[in-house]
Design a protein around this ligand. Sequence first.
Ligand code: G1P
Length: 290
Amino acid sequence: MKPIRKVVIPVAGLGTRVLPATKSIPKELLPIVDRPLIDYVVSEAFEAGIEHVILVTGRGKSAIEDYFDHAVELEAALAAKGKDDILASLRSRQPKAGAISYTRQQAPLGLGHAVNCARALIGDEPFAVSLPDVIIDGAPGALAQMVREYEKTGGNIIAVEEVDPKETGKYGIVAPKSERAGRIFEMSGMVEKPTPETAPSNLAITGRYILQPEIFDQLDKTQRGAGGEIQLTDAMAALMEAQPFFAFEYEGVSHDCGDKLGWLKANVRLSLKNSEFADSFREFLRKQVN
Ligand code: G1P
């Protein structure tokens, strides 16, 4: 079985749900406590043993490339001022040279199209996909949990979690093959953004995937679906006829940070875990709600 060495992270989205914050900066650079969103998702991938991160970018997203590059002038200024701790902390977060590649999605044709843009960089091996809107607070991280499962099952694995049955229209929803027993189970189908009446369950796809390279041939054939976009969910549903697909309920809490309330909740939850100021922040919050 080939190991999971690469992750595709689509970062070309416009971030319309969090405007005007994202009018002039990519939504992937919105801060959660003291790091941009994308930093959490890339760190989760490295923690899972990923060696190569492929960011599928678009117009107006070049600040993401700067974030992962050496900031030469900033580092020189910090060194000159003797701010060695901050400098060391910045450098410790710097990915290894060559660990991140960028390719562009030249038209906003949907998540399936974005993943297909990474085809040449993935080649013929299984790979992960992580959506940058979704931060999953888990230990180990959700992708590391999935890689551990993959080593036992092979095939394709999709992270899922239960959502309010009224909200199925916001997600891809999976259909378990039989009665669920445990955190990982086979699926019989999946559908993108179904109405509550037509949804096969309330198990939503939460933005982490392990996929076999045959998905690319399927994406080539996939027509526009929900929202007029080429949907990854539709390509996966078709590939399911030829390959095993497992749903995996990870241990952890997810936050949809592409949404204003989700972004706020992520900030509060992760601030309360920050050793530097958790206590005073908790104290502050207590006063606000009384
Ligand atoms: C995408 C996927 C969807 C998934 C969701 C998770 O939708 O297409 O299947 O449930 O991410 O955040 P989007 O939120 O990009 O519309």
